[in-house]
Structure formats: structure tokens, C-alpha cells
Design a protein around this ligand. Structure first.
Ligand SMILES: Cc1cc2nc3c(=O)[nH]c(=O)nc-3n(C[C@H](O)[C@H](O)[C@H](O)COP(=O)(O)O)c2cc1C
Length: 215
């Protein structure tokens, strides 16, 4: 299974989302899945922000693009190719200011491509093209945004990820959200990490079973 593993935390050794993503890949291997990882650290290789040249080129039909427009889109094309070649996605990220880290938003902007990762049908329907890959989002949050808590209404991350990836074909993503972490006591933090690890182990088992059935 070729897994595209994407990290986006500004932290490194002390990052919980990075550690949880590594844990998931280890669990997948422990389940006997032959995992090939295509790794992308968005804090090192940050897709460039949408600028005027990109905004124009991306909506120009491929056959009408100038050589300059093709150069403008080349890095985005290459990222989309990596997504298409993967069998599964593991996207790990912290919540920053209730939504996704800006490097991950730059990634979303780079891979949401008309005529490539989604096709607009003549009747107006949108058909996302990344509909083959299993998708796991691992998010880490300092606060506790679970239903019933006082921050529950602040979760602008989950709906944003569902909408953006649903548009390009990811119909049933899995979410493992570790919370509360930074803004809680030691005990609650440890419990949140333990819960997330248990959920990740369960997802690894599901992916392994699916892989066996599909083989
Ligand atoms: C710039 C910044 C903004 C943050 N904003 C939020 C937030 O809006 N809500 C929240 O619950 N936690 C927030 N946090 C806390 C992180 O989500 C939390 O520490 C998380 O575990 C970080 O993941 P990491 O260890 O992989 O970096 C923020 C942290 C930073 C550094």
C-alpha cells in the first residue's frame, strides 16, 4: 500500500501530530501491511500561496495554457500526481486558531485543481477524482472541542477538511482527533493521547483487513 504521509506541525521533536502519524504507520506495518511511504513535510516543502498567475492559470483549460502558465502550475501538477499515485492518505495536523495550519491550507489550494483533481460536468455536477484512496486525518487540539464541551462550536477544522477533500473525491475520511492536549492538565493530556492511539490502532486494523480483502 502506497501511503502519502503529510505532516504540517510547526513543532518537530515535541509534536504530537507527528508522533501520532508515525504511530499509525507503525501500527499499519504491525498489522502486516506492506507500506510504502511517500512523505511530505509541508513546513519544509510549503506549496506557494495562490498568487495572480496561479489564480488565472488554474482555470484556463489545459489545451489553452501558455508555456508560462504551465510553469506556474508545474509544482501543483507534481503534487496532484503524488496524490493520484497514492493508495491512501495520512494527513496529520495541529489545530491552529480553530482551523488548519496555513501550510496545510496552501496544500489544499495546490491540489484542488479544475480538470485534474475534480471535473465539472456539463450538468453542473462536480466529480472529485481522488475517490480511490483511503483517507485518515489525524488532528491535535490544545482545547477539548468534543460535543457537549464549551469549545464544541469552535471546530472550524473538521468541516473545512470534509468540504475541501469531499470536493476532490474523498467521500468517507476517517478522523482521529487528539484532544485536549496543550491546554489541559497532565492527566487529561495523557488520556487524550491514549484514546487517539487506541483509535489509530483500530483504523490500522480496518485498513489491513480491507487490504487483505482487496488483494
Ligand atoms: C499558533 C497556535 C494556534 C493554536 N490554536 C489552537 C486553537 O485554536 N484551538 C486549540 O484547541 N488549540 C490550538 N493550539 C494548540 C495546538 O493545537 C496543540 O498544541 C496541538 O497539540 C499542536 O499539535 P503538535 O503537537 O503536532 O504541534 C494552537 C497552537 C499554536 C502553536
Amino acid at each position: 500500500m502506497k501511503v502519502m504521509h503529510v505532516d504540517s506541525s510547526a513543532k518537530r521533536e515535541t509534536s504530537n501530530s507527528r508522533a501520532l502519524a508515525r504511530h499509525f504507520i507503525d501500527e499499519l506495518r504491525a498489522q502486516g501491511v506492506d507500506v510504502e511511504v511517500d512523505y511530505l513535510d509541508l513546513t519544509v516543502n510549503t506549496p506557494r500561496h495562490v498568487d495572480e498567475a496561479f489564480a488565472i492559470a488554474t482555470y484556463r483549460p489545459a489545451e489553452e495554457r501558455t508555456a508560462e502558465m504551465k510553469i506556474t502550475l508545474a509544482a501543483s501538477d507534481a503534487l496532484c500526481k503524488r496524490l493520484f499515485e497514492a493508495d491512501a492518505f495520512v494527513f496529520a495536523m495541529p489545530m491552529y486558531n480553530w482551523s488548519m495550519p496555513s501550510v496545510f491550507k496552501a496544500f489544499v489550494d495546490s491540489v484542488t485543481r479544475p480538470g485534474l483533481t475534480y471535473l465539472a460536468q456539463p450538468d453542473g455536477r462536480i466529480v472529485g477524482q481522488l475517490n480511490r484512496q483511503k483517507t485518515l486525518f489525524i488532528t491535535t487540539r490544545g482545547a477539548d472541542l468534543r460535543p457537549g464541551g464549551m469549545f464544541a462550536s469552535m471546530d472550524a477544522l473538521t468541516p473545512a477538511l470534509k468540504a475541501a477533500f469531499g470536493f476532490i473525491g474523498v467521500a468517507e475520511p476517517t478522523f482521529v482527533d487528539a484532544q485536549p492536549l496543550q491546554f489541559s492538565d497532565q492527566e487529561a493530556r495523557a488520556a487524550a493521547l491514549a484514546r487517539a492511539k487506541t483509535e489509530l490502532s483500530e483504523v490500522a486494523v480496518q485498513w489491513a483487513v480491507h487490504e487483505t480483502v482487496a488483494a
